[in-house]
Design a protein around this ligand. Structure first.
Ligand code: ADP
Length: 403
């Protein structure tokens, strides 16, 4: 019994296979550059061996998934693996999907209908579902939505102060993203540190290429920084995060940029990349920061200040000082610089960073980075694992207990 997890992007397919009940993936892999002449990829087995996946030029999502399956089927190490369910990451579930669901024709149509809210993602997710349904006839397919965890956010938090009709007629509201990660990491934080599962107040900072923070009370999301799209909120690798909503009209009038060009600039040329002028990757910026590069220093300072400000703002939704703050994602798990600078801004909440613990408790060794016995929030690095969370949700929906 094995679960295949699929994450279809517009030009890539990421995948993982989990033996049911196991937290370690048997295989993880990616095929990217779909639509280009260089389409292809590789996968890695849990013993570390890496294999290539070859695809025909012009391969679409169905052909790519077929190539992935052929490669896995031909691998001697995987001969005993039988896929019994497929879990799909779907970016936008709108207000229609508040939890993982078994996919049927109505669900698939619902995912396609939500494409206006996530034009780059939902069509690719739906293509992946169709392809997997063809390749695995009769095998249950489950959709796990990035937005679903945030459906518990109350209206006074999710509504924007714009004319009411825009919500009712055009679905304009905050949805939030990275829900699978916020759900998994908040639950892990509560479990690992023995917090009260019903009352625990947890802030999760998911800091990867995209970044968002969420306030979680008793395992339920009650506020988050991303909005109707994943541009709102924190500064990110190439995304600006919050800017004055009039920036579009100001730039259109003063620079002659088109609406599309401004949107592209805010999504792809801003954040770390835009402010530093060097890179969207914090690994490179951290080196430049130490060397005293002005752009790198500014980018890191703005990122940490804004993150701290958003985390502080989210405490209003927690209705109190957090019991725990969890850092996760590539940056949250690996950057002691970002964690240190951010936590220093939050002293007024009682946050006390243990510098020595912060040095060692990132990367592969997750752990507490606040001072032992601190009266303030417990602060920890908690690794996310979205693929595992999707596999677990898929197993639960595909084979509910007792069936
Ligand atoms: P994604 O959102 O694509 O899943 P990740 O969670 O893998 O992204 O995060 C990617 C980011 O993590 C990179 O852009 C990089 O800035 C950052 N990162 C990864 N490793 C390190 C490290 N050792 N030090 C600082 N930043 C890191």
């Amino acid at each position: 019994m094995a679960i295949l997890v699929i994450n279809c992007g517009s030009s890539s397919v990421k995948f993982a296979v989990f033996e049911q009940g196991s937290a370690e993936a048997l295989v993880t892999g990616i095929v990217d550059q779909i639509g280009s002449a260089n389409v292809g990829g590789s996968y890695k087995l849990n013993d570390g061996t890496k294999q290539k996946i070859t695809c025909q030029v012009g391969a679409d999502h169905t052909a790519v998934l077929a190539a992935i399956l052929d490669a896995l089927k031909a691998d001697e190490a995987l001969q005993n693996v039988a896929i019994t369910a497929v879990g799909h990451r779907v970016v936008h579930g709108g207000e229609k999907f508040a939890e993982p669901v078994l996919i049927d024709a109505d669900v698939l149509a619902g995912i396609r209908e939500l494409s206006s809210l996530a034009p780059l993602h939902n069509p690719a997710n739906a293509d992946g579902i169709e392809a997997a349904s063809t390749l695995f006839p009769g095998v249950p397919q489950v959709a796990v939505f990035d937005t679903a965890f945030h459906q518990t956010i109350p209206p006074h938090v999710f509504r924007y102060a714009v004319p009411d009709a825009l919500y009712h007629e055009h679905n304009v509201r905050r949805y939030g993203f990275h829900g699978t990660s916020h759900d998994y990491v908040s639950a892990e934080t509560i479990r690992k540190y023995d917090l009260d599962p019903v009352r625990a107040k947890v802030l999760v900072a998911h800091l990867g290429n995209g970044c968002s923070a969420t306030a979680v009370v008793g395992g339920r999301s009650c506020d988050t920084t991303m909005g109707i799209t994943p541009l709102e909120g924190l500064m990110m690798g190439t995304r600006s995060g919050n800017v004055d909503p009039n920036l579009h009209s100001y730039l259109a009038e003063n620079t002659g940029m088109s609406l599309d060009e401004i949107t592209e600039m805010l999504n792809k040329k801003s954040g770390f990349a835009g402010l530093s002028g060097i890179s969207n990757d914090l690994r490179e910026l951290a080196v430049a920061y130490e060397e005293g590069h002005g752009g790198a220093r500014l980018a890191v300072e703005v990122f940490c200040f804004r993150l701290a400000r958003e985390l502080a703002g989210l405490t209003v939704s927690l209705d109190g000082v957090p019991d725990a703050i969890a850092f996760t994602g590539g940056i949250g798990e690996n950057s002691k610089l970002v964690r240190e600078k951010t936590v220093r801004y939050l002293k007024f909440l009682g946050c006390e960073l243990d510098v020595a613990r912060n040095e060692v408790n990132g990367g592969d060794s997750n752990g507490v980075i606040s001072v032992e016995g601190s009266k303030g929030p417990l602060i920890a690095v908690v690794a996310t694992n979205e693929e595992l969370a999707i596999a677990e949700a898929t197993a639960e929906v595909a084979q509910p207990e007792g069936n």
